[in-house]
Design a protein around this ligand. Structure first.
Ligand SMILES: NC(=O)c1ccc[n+]([C@@H]2O[C@H](COP(=O)([O-])OP(=O)(O)OC[C@H]3O[C@@H](n4cnc5c(N)ncnc54)[C@H](O)[C@@H]3O)[C@@H](O)[C@H]2O)c1
Length: 286
């Protein structure tokens, strides 16, 4: 059994806890070591699902984790499902003791964070769930062969599902208030700059750009579009190789109104978690 600690009890954290604690298929695969959330209130409100013995207390997640280790706690894998800042601030500490599974992949769009984590992931590995990044292993293979020549990703969300930073935030607010029915292209350019402006929405693009590291975050083209017609998340990926080789895929994922994550992505996370771990150092796409 894989002993895991979950950092973050939002929609994804709760989904994973529910599966691990109540679904026989996953109860036999995972042993829940602890769950940490920034505010313990969320866990208190849900103690029928996650009993108090699992709560890792403390406002500072780094200190709370160190206390856990000090008290002879052990864990095989830390599962981050909170915020990119947790990856930036704590993933190096977690890697000293365990493999780390990162949902907030946009954290790695900061070159310094990526660099530090690549150096730190020597014995334990960093696992990146492919989530909505369809065909990521093919991108990785082409990258290894040196044949990847172009990578572009277009993501369409309902305007209510976008969580943006300025200047995109004000652009989106104007669009939401308007009577405009047509979709709005919010950003077109490299994925590195976009990740800083839409940290919650472009994990998929960042993951693909990391798998295609020869092109990377500066070379991968990202396009973010808001629309009002439906709630689904639509992702178009275009991969280019030698002699006009080209693959285009479209993933259409129905989502609840305003949800940042489409339903199928939660299940995808769970299967990735089953595959993650024990592969040694480095970045692993799962
Ligand atoms: N890789 C992917 O394809 C993918 C898909 C969905 C979500 N995600 C990412 O996973 C993370 C969790 O997603 P979610 O849908 O469960 O989000 P959510 O908003 O439902 O939950 C996030 C949880 O983290 C906590 N949190 C927020 N900011 C924090 C901070 N600065 N420090 C510590 N805790 C903080 C919140 O209190 C909340 O409990 C997000 O970063 C999201 O962008 C990635």
């Amino acid at each position: 059994m894989k002993k895991i600690g979950i950092i973050g009890y939002g929609n994804t954290g709760r989904f994973l806890c529910k599966k691990i604690l109540t679904d026989p298929k996953y109860m036999s695969e995972f042993d829940l070591a602890f769950v940490w959330n920034r505010s313990v209130g969320k866990l208190e409100a849900d103690k029928d699902l996650v009993p108090e013995k699992y709560w890792l207390r403390g406002a500072d997640v780094g200190k709370a984790f160190q206390n856990y280790i000090k008290n002879a706690g052990d864990v095989d894998m830390i599962v981050e499902v909170a915020h990119p800042n947790v990856v930036r601030d704590c993933a190096t500490l977690f890697l000293e003791y365990a493999d780390v599974y990162v949902a907030s992949i946009t954290a790695l769009a900061e070159a310094e964070t990526e660099d530090i984590l690549r150096k730190k992931a020597i014995t334990n590995g960093l696992y990146l769930p492919s989530g909505a990044a369809w065909g990521i292993h093919d991108v990785q293979k082409m990258n290894a062969l040196g044949t990847l020549s172009g990578l572009s990703v277009t993501m369409r969300f309902n305007a209510d599902a976008l969580r943006l930073e300025d200047p995109l935030k004000s652009k989106l607010e104007t669009y939401i208030k308007s009577n405009e029915k047509e979709e709005l292209v919010l950003y077109k350019g490299n994925v590195r700059d976009l990740a800083a402006l839409a940290p919650n929405n472009v994990n998929t693009m960042t993951c693909l750009a990391l798998a295609g590291s020869n092109i990377g975050l500066d070379g991968t083209q990202g396009c973010l579009i808001a629309q009002k017609e439906h709630d689904a998340h639509i992702i178009d990926i275009e991969v280019e190789g030698p002699n006009e080789f080209k693959v285009n895929t479209r993933r259409y994922n129905p989502a609840k109104k305003g949800a940042v994550t489409g339903d199928e992505t939660y299940n995808s996370f769970l299967i990735s978690l089953l595959k993650a771990g024990g592969q040694g150092g480095g970045f692993h796409f799962c």
